[in-house]
Write a protein that binds this ligand. Structure first.
Ligand code: IMP
Ligand code: MG
Length: 187
């Protein structure tokens, strides 16, 4: 077992990999507050359904809706694409379906990160046939230089470099989701 040392204020060492802070907790929370405000203004008079993509988006979704001031509902999809590796397998699997009926509803898909865009394309194709009244996408992080699929992301928290990141919901082999900041793999 590699030794894991988590220093929340500084760096995260996982075996021979060193992760350094990219976006600190305060910056995350400030940006999420602004996103919540923007979404609340755009959905005034509506009751949107926030659809989180598990597992990665669970922290972001919970902090986001705490900053939303219109009535809203919450549901979740569960997808899997990365396995235990740092690079995508290029395949998306639906592991948990939605519980709610999206037809005629204003849907806001909540993602932790859009990398190639494959997962988002998969979700859009899954939801579109159910005829929602509207569908928008909010992603905390986007790697613009990695985008391979034509997906529209309506609300972006931060554009980041095409490097592997962990923390605040994002995992490496299912761990480190509990870190309060986002850390990036240093060269
Ligand atoms: P995409 O389908 O290539 O856009 O990848 C999206 C999914 O891969 C995200 O929802 C994440 O779960 C995962 N992912 C992409 N980049 C990273 C990363 O840097 N760290 C951890 N997970 C990532
Ligand atoms: Mg995800």
């Amino acid at each position: 077992m590699p030794e894991v040392k988590n220093d929340l204020s500084n760096r995260v060492v996982i075996g021979s990999d060193v992760f350094v802070p990219l976006i600190k907790e305060v910056e995350l929370q400030e940006r999420i507050k602004a996103l919540g405000k923007e979404i609340s203004e755009n959905y005034r008079g509506k009751v949107p359904v926030f659809i989180g993509v598990l597992n990665g988006a669970f922290l972001f979704l919970s902090d986001l809706i705490k900053n939303v001031t219109v009535d809203c509902e919450v549901d979740f999809f569960k997808l899997s694409s990365y396995g235990d590796e740092k690079i995508s397998t290029g395949k998306v699997k639906l592991i948990k379906e939605l519980s709610c009926d999206v037809s005629g509803r204003d849907i806001i898909i909540v993602e932790d990160i859009v990398d190639s865009g494959l997962s988002m394309k998969f979700i859009e194709d899954l939801i579109a046939p159910h005829n929602p009244a509207s569908m928008s996408v909010v992603s905390l992080l986007v790697k613009p230089n990695s985008l391979r699929y034509n997906v529209k992301i309506d609300y972006i928290g931060f554009n980041i470099p095409s490097k592997f990141v962990i923390g605040y919901g994002l995992d490496y082999a299912q761990k480190y989701r509990n870190l309060r900041s986002i850390y990036v793999l240093s060269e």
